[in-house]
Design a protein around this ligand. Sequence first.
Ligand SMILES: [Zn+2]
Length: 447
Amino acid sequence: MNSATLQQLLRATLFHTPRNPFVAQGALEAYADGGLLIANGRVVACGDYATLRKQHPDATVRDLRGGFILPGLVDTHIHYPQVRVLGSLGLGLLDWLKKYALPEEARMAREEYAHAVALQFVNALAANGTTTALVFGAHFESATATLFETAAERGLRITSGLVVSDRMLRDELHQTPDAAYRASKELIRRFHGKGRLLYAVTPRFALSTSEAMLEMCQTLMREHPDVRFQTHLNENPQEIAEVQKLFPSAKDYTAVYERYQLIGARSVLAHNLHSNGSELQRLAGSKATVAHCPCSNAALGSGWFPLRRHLQAGVRVALGTDVGGGTGFSLFKEALQAYMLQRLAPEGVLLEPAHFLYLATRAGAEALGLDNEIGDFAPGKAADFVYLKPPVANPLASIAANAAGPERLLAAIFTLAGADCVREVNVEGSPVYSSHADDPGNQHAQA
Ligand SMILES: [Zn+2]
């Protein structure tokens, strides 16, 4: 048998957003009895099952009815060393960093410790349906390398980088710009563009990086024109005031990064809750993406996300869970939280199911410059997908059986689906996670 010609037709309720629903009508494509035709790890076609069956009578059918297929989820802001920080509630950003996050990040100096956390991190991503993530690495070269290696073994698409800082954290977390440059170069050489891995230059935030360190980041970006860039921006009023003191000549927070040409189409800036109109205009012009992390914003009391102002200015927005400032790995929960906070926020945007799915999939692919490869089920793209099937105890099962239409069902999926519903996660058509929680004797299946 020639495996190169084998086609598989997956049959289930299917959703994807091949267009941006914030700017295009009819961005959501949904098929109640849908088919996803894949071959050699790529999408051949997606649409109505009966039509695809007729067109491809030789394809092997896999009957997954009773469940839902979505494109693999994309998380654009998450910290790998903060898995064990989850649940540290009650403080604002700077106190939370000092008391919870930074002491844990310092423990990543120990290789065994980092390896255990990397395994937990990669497992949790996959178990929640996340196939692609832009990840803050560790402040240590070896721990960051461990993340890349662990992700490669699992088959996930990870973009990450050494977190660089030279002030105001803890001594163990500081590097000199020279040492950070050498470690970054070595990680880029070993991992960037290898399989599904990409490198991102990652200064923690302006507060912890001197001008010399930001200049080092600029050098890396110049020397490697296709690496990505990530950092934090305008998260907390106290942080912003400190940044203003440290960079008195910068007219605002965004200008600190702009001076070193760090804001561009390859850049993802987390949060941006408190930005002025000029910053939004400049971010839009640069084609940078803002990673919106609503669970973290609420948990740390950081503020409302001005989504309407971002959209009006034309700033690209995607979604991030911000583990461990956030509340977990689920992008379903994150999109629901975005909806909740926009319901309450001054001038909030009423988000619809198409927005949830777009923010959790295609928007992230665009942010990472991977939208030619992933983010929806357009023919030729990689067959990265999540298969969800609610266990009987989850009310989603009975809603699915009685839903008035696909949009109503998609809203219920984002409201009720958690890791309990994630049955199979595939990257390029190959499973990176599977669970069969309904099967007796396999109640605690963890890949
Ligand atoms: Zn963060």
